[in-house]
Write a protein that binds this ligand. Sequence first.
Ligand code: SAH
Length: 363
Amino acid sequence: MSALLPLLRTDIATGGPMPMSRYMHLCMSHPVHGYYQKADPLGAQGDFTTAPEISQLFGEMVGAWLLDVWHKLGKPAPFALVELGPGRGTLMADILRVLALDEEVAKAAQVHLVESSPALRKAQTKKLGDGLTHHETLDTLPAMPTLWIANEFFDALPTNQWVRTDKGWNARKIGLAKVGQDGEALAFGVDPTPLPAPKPSGDALPGTILEHSPAQDRMLGEIASHTLAHSGAGLIIDYGSLTPGFGDTLQAVKNHQKTDPLADPGDADLTTHVDFAHFAALLKKAGLPTITMGEQGAFLLAMGLLERAGQLGQNTPPDQQDAISLAVERLAGDAAMGKLFKVLGFASQTLQLAALQNETDPA
Ligand code: SAH
């Protein structure tokens, strides 16, 4: 049974139902029983797989994008290469292999990893060596031009849900409900007090669920102000939508299977979809002049995914060629990650970002 459950019960019994962001925060980051505090959840043996864990092709395309934007920014040296939530360090290892092809950029890059999980910090150092700096938050990042990368990071940050009622928006909270004779289980409920919309929401019908993450907004605001103050650019890649969306996207995954988000607190990965339209609007409001978005599949193909896959497959046995084709399909195929995952690029100057031509206007 979940070791966190008794603590959640006590918390709710004394403090009342908790906002979903608090539930997510405790499940993911509780100092002892939090999901990311305990072990490495990634890869085939873990609970879920991410794009960099599928194939080196993903990180190589991201590395090529970073190299391109570094040139477009006028080759700042030194610069901070910052990854948010780097998991096992696989993406950064693939990026650094690409950057090593250009002596100038390799010399200018200083690697900074923002990571809250002690287990994953250890895995990252093991993979990447000692020439990097770990940070718990963005506060301690160096004041210098910065290139950012975040893959499946924002979807793990605590999010709230709101339900549209006649009077406004009411928080969806997690409390305790009776089951059977004298049992009690975690259950969703709706707070009776209506509040104003936590973010622009248009005319939503009663019953509509709206998600909003104060933690994501805060993080994005810090990225924007750091980038504007010291110059730079970045790439945010995640599961989500390019247009404002509604609905409950909270998802729990354990052993590569979807489970009930309230069933295994602290023992399953919890995520919500990222609202990229909201992100773009926030970055625009903060004053960033370049913001573009696209789908992961189109982005990877435009960065040369197929050419690189062909190169990798040359003079390799057929089974390895099949594995490469399968990886391409998983990363970029419409039925796999290609359409579900989105890419947002931004920069502190007006410039054309590679592979993200579809200029959007997040009004
Ligand atoms: N980017 C990696 C891992 C994604 S999993 C990949 O693509 O494989 C999410 C990552 O974000 C993990 O490394 C997790 O420990 C980290 N993380 C989650 N919440 C965080 C927070 N508030 N601050 C810093 N890191 C966090």
